[in-house]
Design a protein around this ligand. Structure first.
Ligand SMILES: Nc1nc2c(ncn2[C@@H]2O[C@H](COP(=O)(O)OP(=O)(O)OP(=O)(O)O)[C@@H](O)[C@H]2O)c(=O)[nH]1
Ligand SMILES: [Mg+2]
Length: 318
């Protein structure tokens, strides 16, 4: 058993091994998870969480790395969480990510972690937010969360971040396809990366059209900016940071940031509660209580709704 309070204290001092240990505890759903989360709670809320999503290979990791460089120049502490919804492996950074992030490997002001979600997207729903909390409590000013945009994960990442960045690249056939897949609702900032390639302007124009950016909006409404970048050369990265700062300022001004964080917390509680309930019900398979209810239903003495109510209230009282 680990001494959670000393781990938390060491993480606060920015000791990378303590941060890694804490993330492993929450990721592995350790028996100490509750103790860890309770210890972290009063220390969180200081970090600005930015989600980056987009199709495989658009340049998310490259862009993330360039953003890290930009934020480090401002003296901010940065956490990076690369969430890979497809990898069955946990904890190990993907080789490509490692290469692209390697320039930050020896910087004590940067904490980088890869996280697999065990082949099912549901994993992202609870594990990633807890890892974000660890990085937040460890004193990161900015946390960048990279997720491959595969349908549901886009929506999930958007619900976890303060600001969502959607990346596109020209000539991947993904621009407008991805747009159709729902990214139009989730992007606060759009990045057309690989602007050194043909078609970047066309992609940006199409996106502009799809987003209806030409149309009139309310005076205080947020207009998602479209930033063109060549992340591999660091071009457009300052503009991206500027767009993020503007979005953050807009959210703070309008109370949107607090509102998003409340909504996020509510969803977290819901996910944890539903998961716990499902596990307890799962434990009941073959249990006497459940089979007794089933017998009464078959005998016509009880309907399944009443039975479910009885089951749930029995679980929550017990
Ligand atoms: N031409 C060009 N290539 C780029 C640019 N940015 C990234 N790349 C290259 O695109 C490839 C994919 O970049 P990554 O940053 O790994 O993309 P990713 O979106 O993180 O990829 P996954 O995590 O596998 O989904 C790499 O070979 C990069 O060097 C750019 O601005 N221009
Ligand atoms: Mg990547």
């Amino acid at each position: 058993m680990q001494d959670v309070s000393s781990l938390v204290a060491q993480a606060r001092e920015g000791r990378p091994r303590a941060v890694a240990r804490l993330i492993s505890l929450v990721e592995g759903a350790s028996p100490q998870l509750r103790e860890v989360m309770a210890a972290l709670a009063p220390l969180t809320g200081g970090a600005y969480v930015v989600g980056l999503t987009g199709s495989p290979g658009v340049g998310k990791s490259t862009c993330t790395s360039a953003l890290v460089t930009a934020y480090r120049r401002q003296g901010r502490r940065v956490g990076v969480l690369a969430v890979d919804p497809s990898s069955p492996f946990s904890g190990g950074a993907l080789l490509g990510d490692r290469v692209r992030m390697s320039e930050h490997a020896s910087d004590p002001g940067v904490y980088i972690r890869s996280m697999a979600t065990r082949g099912h997207l549901g994993g992202l729903a609870w594990a990633a937010p807890q890892a974000v909390r660890v990085l937040d409590a460890a004193g990161c000013d900015v946390i960048l969360v990279e997720t491959v945009g595969v349908g549901q994960s886009e929506v999930e990442i958007a619900s976890q971040a303060d600001t969502s960045v959607v990346l596109l690249a020209p000539g991947m056939g993904d621009g407008i396809q991805a747009a159709k897949a729902g990214i139009l609702e989730i992007g606060d900032v759009y990045v057309v990366n690989k602007a050194d390639r043909d078609g970047a302007d066309a992609t940006a124009r199409e996106l502009n059209h799809m987003l209806g950016l030409g149309e009139a909006r309310g005076p205080g409404d947020w207009r998602p900016p479209i930033v063109k970048t060549v992340a591999a050369r660091g071009e457009g990265v300052d503009e991206t940071v500027e767009a993020l700062e503007k979005h953050r300022a807009w959210m703070e001004e309008r109370g949107v940031l607090a509102e998003r964080r409340r909504a996020r917390a509510a969803r977290e509680v819901e996910t944890i509660a539903v998961t716990a309930l499902r596990e307890r019900i799962g434990d009941l398979r073959g249990d006497r209580r459940l089979s007794a209810l089933a017998e009464r239903i078959v005998a016509g003495g009880l309907d399944p709704y009443r039975a479910a109510d009885e089951l749930v209230s029995g679980l929550t009282e017990g």
